[in-house]
Design a protein around this ligand. Structure first.
Ligand code: SAM
Length: 204
């Protein structure tokens, strides 16, 4: 069984996703490619929600240029297979808005599981990665999403991980963390907070 520490669900924290759509996406539209890193992605509902949000808001041609690197320390060693298949039990998709479910998820014959459409699966790639290695798995990123992970770290580790995020982003790239996660005081010169109601930052 997958560890309970990996608790997650589709379209968790819709407010942050909407602010990414309204602020980050608008500003990233001028770029030729959008490279996203979802750090601490658990079994995939979060990177897949993000992929669907993007697909809903950009045309097909543009969506082909989106890639989402989904990483997790994944102590269960099961996430890669789960994310690659993109198949989830019915109780995990029940709260997804009906029109999104109809458009991007396909029920198996029994109706017990739903698989995400290939168009969405194609943009999400999983990699096992320990944030505390402090080695970013990619560079020149346009958006990093790291939610409900940093709270498990010490304050010193959090500062170092935020610094790694800063290093991995391109100038003007965005970072989103959970609402209760504040930017450490000593890093305030590295980012600007984009909106006051969620923890969405832009690299200066
Ligand atoms: C509560 S889940 C959050 C999932 C998703 N981001 C969300 O907000 O719904 C926390 C995830 O962080 C991962 N994690 C914990 N320590 C980590 C580390 N050092 N490096 C990478 N991932 C880690 C866990 O394996 C787990 O999947």
């Amino acid at each position: 069984m997958v560890m309970s520490m990996a608790f997650t669900y589709f379209f968790r924290d819709m407010q942050t996703l909407e602010m990414i759509r309204d602020h980050a996406l608008q500003s990233l539209r001028s770029r030729q490619r959008i490279k996203i890193w979802d750090a601490g992605c658990a079994m995939g509902p979060e990177p897949y929600s993000l992929a669907i949000l993007l697909r809903e808001n950009v045309g097909y041609m543009y969506f082909r240029n989106v890639s989402i690197l989904a990483t997790d320390i994944d102590q269960s060693q099961q996430f890669e297979a789960i994310i690659a298949e993109g198949r989830y039990p019915r109780d995990q998709v029940e709260r997804i808005p009906g029109e999104i479910l109809d458009r991007y998820f396909f029920a198996d014959e029994s109706g017990e599981t739903y698989q995400i459409s290939e168009e969405i699966r194609k943009v999400v790639h999983f990699l096992r990665h320990d944030l505390l290695s402090l080695q970013p798995p990619a560079e020149q990123l346009d958006l990093i999403l790291c939610k409900n992970v940093l709270l498990h770290f010490s304050q010193r580790e959090r500062v170092e991980v935020f610094r790694m995020f800063h290093q991995a982003l391109s100038v003007g790239g965005f970072l989103a963390v959970e609402q209760t996660q504040k930017l450490p005081e000593e890093l305030k010169g590295l980012f600007v907070q984009v909106v006051s109601q969620v923890q969405l930052f832009q690299k200066i």
